[in-house]
Design a protein around this ligand. Structure first.
Ligand code: GLN
Ligand code: ZN
Length: 778
C-alpha cells in the first residue's frame, strides 16, 4: 500500500468567501457600463482584476495569511452557481449559439445566459438557501455534455500567485451544483439532475488536477445542499451522492487538499458520510448548527481531518460573543486535534466595513461587525488557536462587555411595546369569514372579471433618484421634494388610467427600498450609508439594522396614498411591506426570538393599515416576498417558523373591516412547500411570481384548494424583454385552466422599479390587450 501524499496544513483561520461587489459597488458599476455599451470587455476585466487584487491585499491587511491558502478565491462576475454551470459546460440548448468552437462561452455570453435575450428566457433565479442572495438555476438533462469549459478559476488562482498570494480556489461542490439544478426542457418527466453525478465528477477531478498543476495547495468545495432538508432531492440522496463524490475526488494523488464547507446549518448524518471519505478538511456552521457530540458513532475518522469551526456569523452583522465562539472551538478539539476557525458562511451576505458609517453612532457601531471586522475576529481566534488563549483573552473580554452594554442600552427594550404585545389575544389575529369579506368587497370595489393591477413600484428614474439624493444633501427642501414626488405620482396614475389598469398604485417613487423606507420611519431601526450587499447579479440592497424594540412614531404612507386617491376614481392600493420581509431583508437583533420581533413590526403596520382605511383607502397590499426565504432548512424547525411568520402577517392585517381588501405579494418560485402557509395568510388577493416557470405554480395552487383571489404573474420583470400579447394570453389561459375564473387577477411578476419606462408601457399595454382578449372569449 502506498502512503498518501503529505498535505500542507490547513490555515488556522479563514473565511468561506468575501463580498465581490467592491467596497463602493465598483463591480456593479463596471458590469452595468459594459451592458450599456459604455465600456469594453477589456475595461470590465481590468476592474475585476483590480478588485480581486484589492481583496487579497485587504484580507492580508486584516490578518489572513498571504501564502497559507487562507484567502478564498471567491470572485464572480454575476453568480457563483452560473460560474459553475458555465465552467462545466452545462449551457441550456437555447443558448448553444453562445458556445464557441472551443466549447466556451465568453463574458458577453455568460451575461446573456443570466439575463436572457430575444425569445431565449434567462436561467430561472431563486434564493440561495435561507439567504436573500439569489442564484441562477442550472438546467441539466440527459443530453447535457459536461466538460471543463472555463479556466477562469485556474486563471484567478494564478493571477493571485503572480502577485505573491497563495490563495484557495472556491467552487460550488458537485452535489450542491446538481441538487440545485432543475431538469432541462429536453429532460423526460421525472428526470433528476443528481442522477448525472458520475458524468460530472471526472470534470471536477480535471479541474482539481489543473488547479494542483497551477500550484493550488487547498481547494474549497461548497456543499450547503448537505445541510438542507428543503430541496427537491432528499437528504438521503444528497448524502449518498456526497459519499460517491468525495470518495472519487479524494482518490487521486495529483490534486489539492480538499476542504468541503457546509454553511447555513448543521450537517447532521452527512457529517458521518464526509468523515468516511478521503477529504482533508470539513467546514461546519457552528452559528446555526451545533458542535457534534464527541464519541458519536461514525465520527472517529474526523480525528485525522481538520475541522474548520464556522463560529463567526457570516450572515449577520453583530459583533457577537467571541468568548462563546472560542468555547465552540475548544469543544471541537474533542473531535480532532486539528481545529481551525472560520466564518459560518461566506461573507457575501455582509457589507464591507463598519468604519466609514457616519449615521450609526459610536454606540451602535461598537455592537457591529461587517465583513472586514469579521475577518479580524477570525484572525483573533486563529491567533488563540496558534499561540494559546492567554494572548487573546482581553479581546474576548471586550466583546463580552460590548454585548452586555448592548443588551442594557436604552431602546433595546421599550415597556409600552412589550405591554401591547403581551396583551394580544387570538381575536387580534383573525378577520371575518372570507365569504363575508368577498361580498363586501365586491360591493365596495365593483371590479371587472380578470381585474388588472401592478405589484406597486413603477420605474425609479434617474430624476427620482436625483431628487432623493438632493433631499438628503439639503439641495431640495422637504416641500420641493414632495412636489417632485407628487408630480411623479400624477404621471404614473395617468399612465395607468391610459393603459386601463383597474386597481391603481402610486408607484412608490418616494421609497429608496421597500424595507429601508419603513426602517427609516420606524423606531428601533438604523440605516447605513454604504452597507451594500449583493442580492443578485448587479442588484445590491442596503439592509437596515433592526437593533431595538419597534414602534411607529407617526403614520408613514397615509398622505401619499390619500393624495393618489384624489387623482383617480378607481381604487388606489395602499402599499406596505410585511413583517416577515422587513425582518428578512434587515439585519435583525439576535437577542430575542424572531417571532417576537415580527409581532412588534406587525403591530406598527396594523396601525398604519387602520389609518389608511380611515383615510378612505379600500385596498391595501402587504408584500411578503421573503416568506419562503426565511423558511428554515431543517424540517423540524419549519412549523414553528410558519406559525410566527403567518401569525405576524395576520396580526398586521386583521384590524380592518370586511370591505377593505387585503392583498399580498410573494415572489420567486418554489411555492409548493409554503402553499398552505400562503393560504393561511388569509389575504383576499395574493399575487405571485409565475412567468419564469411558465405558470408551473398554478398546479400547486389548484391542488391546495386555494379559494381566494390569486394573481399569478403573467410576465417576468427581471429582464427588459417585452412579452408579446400572444404569450401573455397563453399564460392567462393556463391560469384559467386550473383556477376558477372569478379568482384570477392579472398582474406582472413583481414590481417595476428596476425597469425603464419604454418597456414598462409596452409590456403593460400588451398585458391589458391580452386580458381584454381573454375577457372577450370567456
Ligand atoms: N411592492 C413592491 C414593488 O412593487 C414589491 C417588491 C417585491 O416583491 N420584491 O416594488
Ligand atoms: Zn415581488
Amino acid at each position: 500500500m502506498t502512503t498518501p501524499p503529505r498535505r500542507p496544513a490547513f490555515p488556522s483561520g479563514t473565511i468561506l468567501g468575501y463580498p465581490r461587489i467592491g467596497p463602493n459597488r465598483e463591480l456593479k458599476k463596471a458590469v452595468e457600463a459594459f451592458w450599456g455599451g459604455r465600456s469594453s470587455v477589456e475595461e470590465l476585466e481590468q476592474v475585476a482584476r483590480g478588485l480581486r487584487r484589492q481583496t487579497r491585499e485587504r484580507l492580508v491587511g486584516l490578518g489572513l495569511g498571504r501564502t497559507d491558502s487562507s484567502i478564498p478565491e471567491s470572485f464572480s462576475y454575476y453568480d457563483h452557481v452560473l460560474d459553475a454551470a458555465v465552467a462545466f459546460g452545462a449551457v441550456p440548448a437555447r443558448f448553444t449559439g453562445l458556445v464557441n468552437a472551443q466549447g466556451r462561452v465568453d463574458l458577453g455570453g455568460y451575461f446573456t445566459i443570466a439575463r436572457g435575450e430575444g425569445d431565449s428566457l434567462p436561467l430561472e433565479m431563486t434564493k440561495w438557501f435561507d439567504s436573500n442572495y439569489h442564484y441562477l438555476v442550472p438546467e441539466i438533462g440527459p443530453e447535457t455534455v459536461f466538460s471543463l469549459a472555463s479556466d477562469a478559476l485556474v486563471q484567478q488562482f494564478s493571477e493571485g500567485l503572480q502577485q505573491g498570494f497563495l490563495t484557495r480556489p472556491v467552487i460550488v461542490g458537485p452535489v450542491t451544483f446538481l441538487a440545485l439544478s432543475k431538469p432541462s426542457d429536453e429532460a423526460p418527466e421525472g428526470f433528476v439532475p443528481l442522477s448525472r453525478l458520475d458524468d460530472l465528477l471526472p470534470v471536477y477531478a480535471e479541474l482539481l488536477r489543473r488547479l494542483a498543476e497551477a500550484g493550488a495547495e487547498w481547494v474549497q468545495l461548497d456543499e450547503p445542499a448537505l445541510v438542507s432538508e428543503s430541496l427537491d432531492v432528499s437528504s438521503a440522496d444528497t448524502s449518498a451522492a456526497a459519499a460517491r463524490a468525495y470518495e472519487y475526488l479524494g482518490a487521486p494523488d495529483a490534486r489539492p487538499a480538499i476542504f468541503v464547507a457546509a454553511p447555513y446549518n448543521s450537517l447532521g448524518d452527512a457529517l458521518t458520510v464526509l468523515a468516511a471519505t478521503p477529504i482533508e478538511a470539513i467546514g461546519l456552521d457552528l452559528v446555526r448548527g451545533t458542535v457534534p457530540a464527541a464519541g458519536a458513532a461514525g465520527l472517529d475518522p474526523l480525528a485525522s481531518k481538520t475541522l474548520v469551526g464556522g463560529v463567526i456569523d457570516g450572515h449577520n452583522v453583530w459583533r457577537g460573543d467571541l468568548a462563546e465562539a472560542w468555547q465552540k472551538l475548544e469543544a471541537l478539539r474533542a473531535l480532532s486535534p486539528s481545529v481551525s476557525v472560520s466564518t459560518s458562511t461566506s461573507l457575501l451576505h455582509l457589507p464591507h466595513t463598519v468604519e466609514p458609517e457616519q449615521l450609526l453612532g459610536d454606540q451602535l457601531k461598537s455592537w457591529l461587525a461587517f465583513a472586514d471586522q469579521k475577518v479580524e475576529q477570525v484572525a483573533t481566534l486563529a491567533e488563540g488557536l496558534e499561540k494559546g488563549v492567554a494572548g487573546i483573552r482581553s479581546v474576548l473580554e471586550a466583546s463580552t462587555a460590548a454585548l452586555a452594554a448592548r443588551l442594557a442600552a436604552p431602546g433595546v427594550s421599550d415597556g409600552a411595546v412589550r405591554a401591547r404585545e403581551a396583551a394580544l389575544t387570538a381575536a387580534d389575529f383573525a378577520r371575518e369569514d372570507y365569504a363575508v369579506r368577498a361580498k363586501a368587497q365586491e360591493q365596495a370595489l365593483n371590479l371587472p372579471f380578470l381585474p388588472t393591477t401592478t405589484i406597486g413600484s413603477f420605474p425609479q428614474t434617474g430624476d427620482i433618484r436625483r431628487a432623493r439624493a438632493q433631499l438628503v444633501a439639503g439641495v431640495l427642501s422637504d416641500d420641493e421634494y414632495q412636489a417632485v414626488m407628487r408630480a411623479e405620482i400624477a404621471r404614473v396614475v395617468e399612465l395607468q388610467e391610459e393603459i386601463g389598469l383597474d386597481v391603481i398604485v402610486h408607484g412608490e417613487p418616494e421609497r429608496n427600498d421597500m424595507v429601508q423606507y419603513f426602517a427609516e420611519n420606524l423606531d428601533g431601526f438604523a440605516v447605513t450609508q454604504n452597507g451594500w450587499v449583493q442580492s443578485y447579479g448587479t442588484r445590491c440592497t442596503r439592509p437596515s439594522l433592526l437593533w431595538g424594540d419597534v414602534s411607529r412614531p407617526k403614520p408613514i404612507t397615509v398622505d401619499w396614498s390619500v393624495f393618489t386617491q384624489t387623482l383617480t376614481e378607481k381604487p388606489v392600493k395602499g402599499m406596505l411591506t410585511g413583517p416577515v420581509t422587513i425582518l428578512a431583508w434587515s439585519f435583525v437583533r439576535d437577542d430575542q426570538p424572531l417571532g417576537e420581533t415580527a409581532r412588534q413590526v406587525a403591530l406598527a403596520l396594523r396601525d398604519e393599515i387602520t389609518d389608511l382605511q380611515s383615510a378612505g383607502i379600500t385596498v391595501v397590499q402587504v408584500d411578503e416576498p421573503a416568506l419562503r426565504e426565511l423558511l428554515p432548512l431543517k424540517k423540524a424547525d419549519q412549523a414553528a417558523y410558519l406559525d410566527w411568520s403567518v401569525g405576524s402577517f395576520r396580526l398586521a392585517t386583521s384590524g380592518v373591516e370586511a370591505s377593505t381588501q387585503i392583498h399580498t405579494h410573494l415572489c420567486y418560485s418554489e411555492f409548493g412547500v409554503v402553499i398552505d402557509a400562503i393560504d393561511q395568510l388569509d389575504a383576499d388577493v395574493t399575487s405571485i411570481e409565475a412567468a419564469r416557470s411558465r405558470m408551473e405554480v398554478v398546479t400547486d395552487i389548484k391542488s391546495s384548494g386555494f379559494a381566494r383571489g390569486i394573481g399569478p404573474g403573467v410576465y417576468d420583470i427581471h429582464s427588459p424583454r417585452v412579452p408579446s400579447v400572444g404569450e401573455v394570453t397563453e399564460l392567462i389561459e393556463t391560469a384559467l385552466a386550473s383556477i376558477p375564473d372569478r379568482q384570477v387577477w392579472v398582474n406582472p411578476d413583481c414590481g417595476l422599479k428596476t425597469r425603464g419606462y419604454d418597456e414598462t408601457v409596452a409590456s403593460l399595454t400588451n398585458m391589458l390587450e391580452a386580458t381584454r382578449a381573454v375577457r372577450a372569449k370567456v
